[in-house]
Each structure stands twice: as structure tokens, then as C-alpha cells.
Design a protein around this ligand. Structure first.
Ligand code: IMP
Length: 178
């Protein structure tokens, strides 16, 4: 993959490792939600590739929806302010909701979404995140399904970006700025 001037990439999680883990998560979700109609809510844009792979590893009838929250933009640190940019199209009232996120960093985004779903009457709300950066947590969030714990480094690829770059990388890579 071509990098941009002043940036280097180093593979942290290879695609084969991610694929294996996502399939395992899908199997667990399939067992846990047997008999419960499931609504998967992907948080745009970073979760779109994870969501696409995860849903194909879940052997149950599922509905999907998406939300978009304010992002970092060109920055690599959170501003701490969470805003809804795109809301759900479906009602969550009485439904079993599984929120699908790319990465939990400070926890501010998921903390907000978790409260939001509960206040809208979801029967249950659980969270599934591909990545977890626990060292930077500001708010505790219940992570029911987690792909990988990673160190405090900014990562891109497999849907994750910096300023819209590198989402199409098959691996999750460390972004090294020179
Ligand atoms: P939080 O609210 O601080 O937990 O941030 C969650 C959001 O920040 C994620 O959904 C990502 O969009 C973004 N984010 C946090 N860490 C990274 C990273 O290392 N690479 C790319 N995006 C990140």
C-alpha cells in the first residue's frame, strides 16, 4: 500500500488473524442470540468492513442499521465531544441491539450510544468492538465482545482511517508519523 508523505505503516494485526477472530466472534454471537431477533447497529464509518465480515459469520436472522457519530476528523486525539451525525432509521424499542464498533479508545462514543439505546427502549444492548485501547479509557463501557486489545498507538486499516486515508488496507497497521 502506498503511504502518504511523512507517514509509515507497520502491520499490527494481519488480515488472516483478523478473519479468524471475527469468525469466532460471529460463532459466539450466534450461540448467545439463538431465538432472539437481533439488530446490529454499525457505527460509521470505521466499522463498515468489520460489520460486513461479522454479519457473514452470524448464522441467525439479523437486521442491520447504522449510526454516525462525530469523529476525530484530521486529528489523532479525541476532542471529547460526542454528537450524532446520522441517526438510526429503525426503532430499537423492544429489540436486542448489538452495537458494532471499530475501536474503543476513551469510551466516550460508546458510553453515549449505550445510554441512547437504553433510553429508546431496547430490550437489551450489548457492544462488540474489533479493537480495544484500554490504556486511554476515560469512561468505563461494558465490552461484551472484543476482537483484540491493542497498545496506545494510532492504528489504521480494515475500515479505520486517519483523515479518510487507509480504510482500504486489509490489515490493521500502526501509523508512524515521521
Ligand atoms: P472514543 O470515543 O474515544 O472511544 O473513540 C472512538 C472512535 O475514535 C472510534 O470509533 C474511531 O473512529 C476513533 N479512533 C480511536 N482510536 C483510533 C485509532 O487508533 N485509529 C483510528 N480511529 C480511532
Amino acid at each position: 500500500m502506498q503511504t502518504y508523505p511523512g507517514e509509515q505503516l507497520e502491520v499490527l494485526l494481519a488480515h488472516s488473524e483478523i478473519k479468524h477472530r471475527v469468525e469466532n466472534l460471529g460463532k459466539r454471537i450466534t450461540m448467545d442470540y439463538d431465538g432472539k431477533p437481533l439488530l446490529l447497529v454499525g457505527i460509521l464509518k470505521g466499522s463498515f468492513i468489520f460489520m460486513a465480515d461479522l454479519i457473514r459469520s452470524i448464522d441467525l436472522p439479523v437486521a442491520i442499521d447504522f449510526m454516525a457519530m462525530s469523529s476525530y476528523g484530521a486529528a489523532t486525539k479525541s476532542s471529547g465531544v460526542v454528537r450524532i451525525l446520522k441517526d438510526l432509521e429503525q426503532s430499537v424499542d423492544g429489540r436486542h441491539v448489538l452495537v458494532v464498533e471499530d475501536i474503543v479508545d476513551t469510551g466516550l462514543t460508546l458510553n453515549y450510544i449505550f445510554g441512547h439505546m437504553r433510553s429508546r427502549g431496547a430490550a437489551s444492548v450489548k457492544i462488540c468492538s474489533l479493537l480495544d485501547k484500554p490504556s486511554r479509557r476515560q469512561v468505563a463501557v461494558p465490552l461484551h465482545y472484543k476482537g483484540f486489545e491493542i497498545p496506545d498507538e494510532f492504528v489504521v486499516g480494515y475500515g479505520l482511517d486517519v483523515d479518510e486515508r487507509y480504510r482500504n488496507l486489509p490489515d490493521v497497521c500502526r501509523l508512524i508519523k515521521e
